[in-house]
Design a protein around this ligand. Sequence first.
Ligand code: PEP
Ligand code: MN
Length: 341
Amino acid sequence: MIIAIKPGTAGAEVQEFAAQLEQQGVRVHFSEGIRQTVLGLVGDTTGIDADALLAHHLVEKVIRVQEPYKRANRLFHPADTRIDIAGPDGETRRIGAGYLGIIAGPCSVETREQIIGISQAVKNAGAAFLRGGAFKPRTSPYSFQGLGSEGLDLLLEAKKVTGLPIVTELMDINHLEAFADVDIIQIGARNMQNFTLLKELGRCDKPILLKRGYACTITEVLMAAEYVLAGGNDQIILCERGIRSFDNYTRNVLDLSAVPALKKQSHLPVIVDPSHATGLSWMVSAMAKAAVAAGADGLIIEVHNNPEKALCDGEQSITPETFASLMVTLKKYADIEGKKI
Ligand code: PEP
Ligand code: MN
């Protein structure tokens, strides 16, 4: 971090300010120019708030050289992180570091028949994980809110039947105990910056699927991950699921550039959700392929046996048949990328 001191500041004042900075665990390097002094902070500056420094009466400008995230930063962890999850069938599924993890299933768990049927279909097509929402974040309080704990029980039943590990969204930390047999905890776009929730998840030993908030920058995504990492949980999967922009042709705008960007900045695996990104079932396969071509470490795809009758997100759900044919193509894409599926 570089701090330009206001011209004309007395040397003693700068010395005193530098001493205060050093108390925060960094070393201060002085560059004395003709008009002004520039301080270079050396060491771990993640704990130093650049915005707060700007409020100091001696400070003219602050330039951050190092990223504000440390544990999520590839600089300090060059190797890709891989998430390993053992299913109840004893088979281990992987995401990241050369493994393309495919998560598929309905937006919401609706009935036993529905979730068991879809889970068997996606398993047969080659999915590694089953998704299904039990607690749903809905824009309207009058929309279907999910089956809650009953939905969770049905999902666990599907896990037993198929052997597939399960992914489901946690909205309330008080539900964490009920998530004991959930394999991956999803934190939805709306909660990506729920810092209380993120801190709690730092203390939990389950992988977290962290979805990008729809108006969040790449740095904000990585800072959200940093919250979980700082708490001691290093099993995080980042997910690009579309951001808000001016065009409403698609539900959101899939920012595929987020995949190479996040992977450049961080060692954490990055997956893509083409379903929520586009909101259009006919576009899902094209964007799923594009995501793999862009270097994604996995996909999370909504699949429904009867999209027309789905209680949530039917318009963006593909059928088990479409999913099966997409999987055939994705295996070829994975081959080209040198990834195992
Ligand atoms: C979901 O996966 O069902 C969901 C609600 O996703 P998002 O948080 O990305 O909107
Ligand atoms: Mn959905």
